[in-house]
Design a protein around this ligand. Structure first.
Ligand code: IPE
Ligand code: IPE
Ligand code: MG
Length: 261
C-alpha cells in the first residue's frame, strides 16, 4: 500500500516546478485564502465564444489554484463559485453552471481523495439542483476525513443571506432560552455563520479588475488583505497566484493598532 506521505510527495513532484515556491516564507503563509473568481464571461467574449465556454475554461483555473494551494500548504481555500444573485442570470447559463459543477466534482474526486483535501460547501446548498447537490454531498462524504486542506465552494452564497440566517437562528435560540441575549458577541455571531469552523480569510483575491466585494463573506473579511488583479479568471495562473502570495507576505497587517518602529 502506498502511504499518504509517499502519495503527497508524488503529487508535489508531478506538479511543482522545483523552485517555484522558494520565494515564499512558509512561516507567513495565509491560513485562509478566499477568491472571487470573476471574468469568465469577458474572457469568452474577447474570443467570440459563449459565456458557457468561459465557465468551462474557468474550471481549469480552479483546478490549478486548488493544486497550487495544496502544494504550498494553505490550510483553507474558499472559492466564490455562484452567488445568491447569480440565480438571476439567464436560465441557460445557470443550468450550464450547475452541470459544470456536477462534472467538476466528479472529475476532481479522486485528486481530492489522493491529496488529502476535504471538500466543504457554504451557501444555500438546498437551492442547488438535486443531481449537483448529490454529487456535492457524495464528494464531501468521500473526503470528510481528509486533513491536508479544506476547499470550500461558495455555492448560492450571499453574505447578507448568511447574516440574516444567523440572526434568525440567534433569535430562535434566545427565545428558546438556549442562549442569553447578553452573551451575544462577535465571536458568538461568527459561530452561527457557515464559516464557523474556519478562520477569517487573511487574503481575498478578486480577478477581472472589479473593485467590489459582491456580497462575499461580508462579516468575515473585516480585516482581510485584499488583492485585485485585472487578469480574467480563466487566465489566472500558478505564477500569478504565487506572486500575489509574495505581495501578501510584504504587507503589514495592523488590525487598527499602531506599531512603533
Ligand atoms: C464569474 O465570471 C463566474 C460566475 C459569477 C459564476 P462571470 O460570469 O461573472 O464573468 P464576467 O464578469 O461576466 O466576465
Ligand atoms: C461575483 O461575481 C460572484 C462570483 C464570482 C461567483 P459577479 O460577476 O456575479 O459579480 P458582479 O455582478 O460583477 O458584482
Ligand atoms: Mg462577473
Amino acid at each position: 500500500m502506498v502511504s499518504t506521505k509517499r502519495k503527497r510527495k508524488k503529487f508535489l513532484n508531478s506538479n511543482t516546478p522545483s523552485e517555484a515556491y522558494n520565494v515564499l516564507d512558509c512561516n507567513k503563509l495565509p491560513s485562509h485564502v478566499a477568491i472571487i473568481m470573476d471574468g469568465n464571461g469577458r474572457w469568452a467574449k474577447q474570443r467570440k465564444l459563449s459565456r458557457i465556454e468561459g465557465h468551462h475554461k474557468g474550471a481549469e483555473a480552479v483546478r490549478t489554484v486548488v493544486r497550487t494551494s495544496r502544494e504550498i500548504g494553505i490550510p483553507f481555500l474558499t472559492l466564490y463559485a455562484f452567488s445568491t444573485e447569480n440565480w438571476e442570470r439567464p436560465e441557460k447559463e445557470v443550468t450550464a453552471l450547475m452541470v459544470l459543477l456536477k462534472h467538476f466534482l466528479r472529475s476532481e474526486q479522486k485528486e481530492m481523495v489522493d491529496n488529502n483535501i476535504r471538500l466543504d460547501a457554504i451557501g444555500q446548498i438546498d437551492r442547488l439542483p438535486e443531481d449537483a447537490r448529490e454529487e456535492l454531498h457524495h464528494t464531501m462524504m468521500l473526503t470528510q476525513k481528509n486533513t491536508g486542506m479544506v476547499l470550500s465552494l461558495a455555492l448560492s452564497y450571499g453574505g447578507r443571506a448568511e447574516i440574516t440566517k444567523a440572526v434568525r437562528e440567534i433569535v430562535d435560540d434566545v427565545i428558546n432560552q438556549k442562549i442569553d441575549a447578553d452573551t451575544i458577541s462577535p465571536e458568538l455571531i461568527s459561530g452561527y455563520l457557515y464559516t464557523q469552523k474556519m478562520p477569517d480569510p487573511d487574503l481575498v483575491i478578486r480577478t477581472s479588475g472589479e473593485m467590489r466585494i459582491s456580497n462575499f463573506l461580508l462579516w468575515q473579511i473585516a480585516y482581510s488583505e485584499i488583492y485585485i488583479t485585472d487578469t480574467l479568471w480563466p487566465d489566472f495562473s500558478k505564477d500569478e497566484f504565487v506572486d500575489i502570495l509574495k505581495n501578501y507576505q510584504l504587507r503589514e497587517r495592523r488590525f487598527g493598532r499602531v506599531f512603533f518602529q
